[in-house]
Write a protein that binds this ligand. Structure first.
Ligand SMILES: Nc1ncnc2c1ncn2[C@@H]1O[C@H](COP(=O)(O)OP(=O)(O)OP(=O)(O)O)[C@@H](O)[C@H]1O
Ligand SMILES: [Mg+2]
Length: 396
């Protein structure tokens, strides 16, 4: 699915927050650019908005002038006018100025998302040349759940077998391990990218990434313990937006902490993979994280639950995990420490160290990423139930 760039034109902070949240929360990922940045260079590469929401509630005359200006500078964009009431005269003026849609504030979610879907569909037919990028975010239910293992091996499979241009971004501050897992030595990190966003074009990006022999490109994690941190969320959002213009697949290792950077990644995602192990701490955290994701307004339908290190007997049966989390398990990866650690210690991804059940599952999983209609892997049948659902519920 293509990611849209959204621009909100309003002087009202409350309006910007409300519409920003709506834009980010829908099934079609929209990343929101800052109006001030847009004013200074609206048509900078990668910043042309696909959808513009114009607040026409207070000063209709200047709002109409804004719509005309935006229509001229971004002819393919969907322009939405948002008014206080649906006065026929105002609707007519907005349409004449170049708006495609008209809403009364606050817009009803279903009609608003219908308009976003129409805009995305229109953009796909008119901007056929712009490749659609899929953003995959891997997020750990807890530290050590296998998030980096999942992200790295999925990235390698996308680049190696599917031959898709793929970049993996390590967002974990301090000691991100993506480059280590892949046995590459990066010269630059994600910090060099976010500190130089103004010059981040294709050439500069080529300098910053390091290429693995599978074809996967890596934007390595920083070695600062506190960066990327709370103050870097907006820069990360912009970085991800710029990357979607260069690659077919964007794979993000978001670690297991929710902060402004991981929230930016969640909002940008087409699919967010929550990596959990079939144990009580992992599932309790998953439940809390899913709740937080819902509070943040990121679309729940983008969440996919991955069960890693799933060895029989499962401490908690699959059905109970699904019931407790309210999400089906999207894919299950067996526990195979020998294979994973051999791959890790040699810096060679699983799929490249020989045949194993785990490598086969990554192959299947990646095929489902590319073609969501392909068949899921048959889950290993649970044999024994140690904890009952009521017992789990009483634990958290
Ligand atoms: N399916 C698996 N079977 C056996 N061991 C695994 C499996 N997946 C991951 N591991 C091992 O678990 C450990 C943690 O994996 P990984 O580093 O991918 O987790 P993480 O969630 O990214 O951790 P962190 O929170 O430190 O970033 C590693 O030693 C890895 O080799
Ligand atoms: Mg990790």
């Amino acid at each position: 699915m293509a990611q849209l760039v959204g621009l909100i034109v309003s002087e009202d902070d409350g309006f910007r927050k409300h519409i920003g949240r709506l834009l980010r929360a829908g099934a079609v990922p929209v990343s929101v650019i800052d109006d001030a940045a847009a004013r200074s260079g609206l048509l900078k590469d990668g910043m042309t908005p696909d959808v513009v929401i114009v607040d026409i509630r207070s000063d209709a005359a200047s709002a109409m002038a804004s719509i005309e200006r935006l229509r001229a500078s971004a002819p393919g964009a969907g322009v939405f006018a948002v008014a206080t009431t649906a006065e026929p005269d105002l609707i007519l003026q907005s349409m004449r100025a170049g708006a495609n849609e008209f809403f009364v504030f606050p817009p009803a979610e279903d009609t608003f998302y219908g308009a976003i879907r129409r805009t995305a569909a229109r953009r796909e037919t008119t901007h056929g040349a712009r490749p659609a990028t899929t953003t995959l975010v891997f997020f750990g239910a807890k530290g050590g759940a296998g998030t980096t293992t999942m992200a790295v091996n999925c990235g390698v499979e996308l680049a190696r077998t599917a031959k898709r241009s793929t970049v993996i971004v390590d967002l974990k501050p301090g000691l991100g391990e993506v480059a280590l897992f892949l046995g590459v030595k990066p010269r630059y990190s994600v910090l060099d990218a976010i500190d130089n966003l103004h010059r981040l074009d294709r050439e500069f990006l080529r300098e910053l990434v390091v290429k693995h022999k599978s074809g996967l490109e890596i934007l390595a994690g920083s070695d600062h313990f506190d960066r990327p941190g709370a103050a870097d969320g907006t820069a990360i959002e912009e970085l991800l937006r710029l990357l979607t213009r260069q690659y077919e697949y964007l794979v993000i290792d978001a670690g297991s902490q929710i902060n402004s950077c991981t929230i930016a990644a969640l909002y940008a995602s087409d699919q967010m993979f929550l990596v959990a192990n079939p144990d009580v701490p992992s599932l309790r955290n998953s439940q809390r994280l899913l709740e937080r994701v819902r509070e943040l307004g990121a679309a729940g339908e983008r969440v996919r639950l991955l069960l890693n290190r799933a060895a029989e007997p499962y401490p908690i049966p699959r059905k109970q995990i699904e019931a407790a989390l309210g999400h089906p398990i999207h894919h299950t990866f067996p526990s195979d420490y020998k294979t994973v650690s051999a791959a890790l210690n040699s810096g060679v991804p699983l799929a490249m160290v020989g045949n194993s059940e785990l490598a086969a599952q990554f192959d299947l999983f990646t095929r489902r990423v590319i073609d969501p209609d392909s068949q899921p892997a048959a889950p290993p049948a649970p044999k024994r139930n140690i904890l009952g659902l009521d017992k789990i519920a009483s634990i958290w």
